[in-house]
Design a protein around this ligand. Structure first.
Ligand SMILES: C[S@@+](CC[C@H](N)C(=O)[O-])C[C@H]1O[C@@H](n2cnc3c(N)ncnc32)[C@H](O)[C@@H]1O
Length: 243
């Protein structure tokens, strides 16, 4: 794994970089993974957000609700765990096993048709999912109505360090929704609904992604190990509703 050029001691690096996520059982995360370690990404995102106990938070595209469980446990939040591909029943079982029935509420819904009242949430987060629905410029203005005035929205995604004109051969088709963090910043700011507060890349993203593949035994990772993989990164955007 010579691509792990900058992480000489990845275990130690991960423990120091993600102290909260590292307290969780790695086998549990691997058993429910739908992408690169969701708890690392969620911890990275939360560092840039103001989260206080009791807040109502929407976890949009929560997958198997690991990020929702993490948010409730780590920050004492009430979390509405919304996903399209994973059923509410399946997530309810996981939430029950985590003893969080009273604070994490699973829902099967499409991000484009959410059944919530306007201004219901104190914060909205989305981990490794926003690119599936958020590239539509009309999406954010609709979503932001669910957020209280001056509430924060935070997203962490896989994305690009530089925009590309065509997809490298090694990349799957769904990477066509990947963009740079500057692309996302403009995409949000131009709506005039939010003020972007944070837009940055996670340092050592590719090394962390490769390290995750090593832990999970992923074999089909030419998209990451090829030279084109150097253009892949994780980034976060945090913005505040302005009106
Ligand atoms: C790569 S998975 C990541 C899941 C989870 N956040 C994680 O990191 O483990 C992307 C998630 O986006 C969700 N998703 C995609 N399109 C969606 C939509 N239109 N509405 C709600 N969720 C959607 C899928 O159901 C899937 O769980």
């Amino acid at each position: 794994m010579n691509q792990l050029s900058t992480l000489h001691h990845p275990d130690l690096f991960v423990q120091e970089r993600f102290p909260r996520a590292s307290a969780y059982d790695t086998d549990w995360v691997i058993a429910h993974e739908m992408g690169p370690n969701v708890l690392w990404l969620t911890e990275f995102l939360c560092e840039a957000m103001e989260l206080r106990p009791g807040m109502r938070v929407l976890d949009l595209g929560c997958g198997k609700a690991l990020s929702s469980i993490f948010l409730a446990r780590e920050f004492g939040l009430q979390v509405w765990a919304v996903d399209l591909w994973v059923t509410a029943t399946e997530n309810a079982r996981r939430i029950h096993a985590a003893d969080l029935d009273d604070r994490v509420f699973p829902l099967h819904a499409d991000a484009r048709q959410l059944p919530f009242a306007e201004e219901f949430f104190d914060a909205i987060i989305s981990v490794d999912a926003f690119e599936y629905f958020g590239t539509d410029v009309y999406f954010l203005p609709g979503l932001i109505k669910l957020l209280k005035p001056h509430g924060q929205i935070g997203v962490v995604n896989a994305g690009l360090r530089h925009e590309v004109e065509q997809l490298p051969d090694e990349w799957p088709d769904d990477f066509c929704a990947f963009h740079t963090v500057d692309w996302w910043r403009r995409h949000w700011a131009i709506t005039r609904r939010v003020a972007v507060e944070t837009a940055d890349d996670l340092p050592h993203s590719r090394d962390l992604w490769l390290y995750w593949h090593r832990l999970t035994g992923a074999v089909d990772d030419a998209y990451l190990t090829s030279p084109a993989g150097e253009n892949l990164t994780f980034h976060r955007l945090v913005a505040r509703r302005v009106h």
